[in-house]
Design a protein around this ligand. Sequence first.
Ligand code: THU
Length: 127
Amino acid sequence: MTDLELLNLAGEARKRAYAPYSHFAVGAALLCADGSVYTGCNIENASFTPTVCAERTAFFKAVYDGKREFTAIAVVGGKEGDPDGTAFPCGVCRQVMAEFCTEAFRVITPEGSYSFGEILPHAFGGI
Ligand code: THU
């Protein structure tokens, strides 16, 4: 699975975004250590707080299926109707990544890729 293939899967997932409030559509494609891929989109809510990001949708689908080891996630976002652009994972999603990912986990954007250790140094790992 190349970075470009994973970005393309994130782009397909982005088409499923439910974003009637922000009109900002995000898609994610999460590559598991076993080679399987889980996709996700953002799903918004009229009450705003229950909104879930594309990244967490992908992680929670995967964890529910028993996956615990992850290699990379591709994320694309942008205003509805705009081409796939860069949307960096929010802080809440980075904390979810911290639960399951090592510092070597890669976050892939259309602009390039980053290690998880780069985008969340000194992550909180529990008490
Ligand atoms: N969003 C994501 O799904 N992932 C990100 O990386 C950043 C933000 C969503 C949440 C909300 O539905 C919309 O984008 C605007 O913040």
